[in-house]
Design a protein around this ligand. Structure first.
Ligand code: AP5
Length: 215
């Protein structure tokens, strides 16, 4: 087991970079946000438990997250390589991941810290639209679909995520500062942090990450 982490505030582009890396590499994409939304949609106990936290822009308890991560990893071959998107999000989750690496003789290669100014994060999140059927992500201005409201990939209907309202976005940014940003120093001290200027075009961010992976 080998892994990289995509770390960054809400709207930093973790999901967008993941879509690019899925095409370019053999990393298995593991997004705790996507997993929780899927659980919510199918009404599983995890989804029902997570709903109130997600609606408020708060973090879902660490124990639930670590459980779904361990279960997800158990479904892949021991040699699989992972890109974690939106996980870990607290120091305790990072310590849980370390334990998992020990158990599976795995290692963490890079932690990409996607750096984006706050006003750009706000613009990205308020303009985001997602396909109801395949999950493809667009932006009304930056990455628009060819036909308004319709997914280019499968013709699905585009919607706005419930937690992309302005009030919830502000709370998510605050939660990021308090609970997730401490991971920057945590991983910097371990020599694993790679700072990436991710405030420009998606293709530029993708190229910067690929350069590190190929070095
Ligand atoms: P999650 O789904 O992980 O949300 P997030 O971290 O807030 O991140 P986002 O998905 O909002 O943004 P992103 O960085 O993926 O940006 P994207 O590529 O879409 O988590 C949701 C909730 O689940 C949390 O609030 C929490 O409750 C819970 N949760 C999840 N994981 C958890 C965990 N580990 N522990 C506890 N709770 C957890 O891009 C955003 C927009 O910008 C898009 O419209 C895109 O098209 C556009 N865009 C992207 N890149 C660019 C670019 N370079 N230039 C122009 N536009 C761009």
């Amino acid at each position: 087991m080998e892994a990289i982490i995509l770390l960054g505030g809400p709207g930093a582009g973790k999901g967008t970079v993941s879509e690019f890396l899925k095409k370019q590499t053999d990393f298995v994409h593991v997004s705790t946000g996507d997993m929780l939304r899927a659980a919510l949609q199918s009404g599983t106990p995890v989804g029902l438990e997570a709903k109130a936290f997600m609606d408020a822009g708060a973090l879902v308890p660490d124990a639930i997250i670590l459980r779904i991560i361990e279960e997800r990893i158990s479904r892949e071959a021991a040699s699989a390589r992972y890109m974690f998107d939106g996980f870990p999000r607290t120091i305790d989750q990072a310590k849980g991941l370390d334990l998992l690496f020990k158990k599976k003789s795995g290692s963490l290669k890079h932690v990409f810290n996607l750096i984006v100014p706050r006003e750009i994060l706000l613009r990205r999140l308020t303009g985001r639209r997602v396909c109801k059927s395949c999950g493809a992500v667009y932006h009304l201005i930056n990455i628009p679909p060819k036909k308004e409201g319709v997914c280019d990939v499968d013709g699905g209907e585009l919607y706005q995520r419930a937690d992309d309202s302005e009030d919830t976005i502000l709370n998510r940014l605050e939660v990021y500062d308090k609970q997730t940003a401490p991971l920057i120093d945590f991983y910097r001290q371990q020599g694993l942090l790679r700072d990436i200027d991710a405030g420009g075009a998606a293709a530029v961010t993708d190229a910067r990450i690929l350069e590190v992976l190929n070095a």
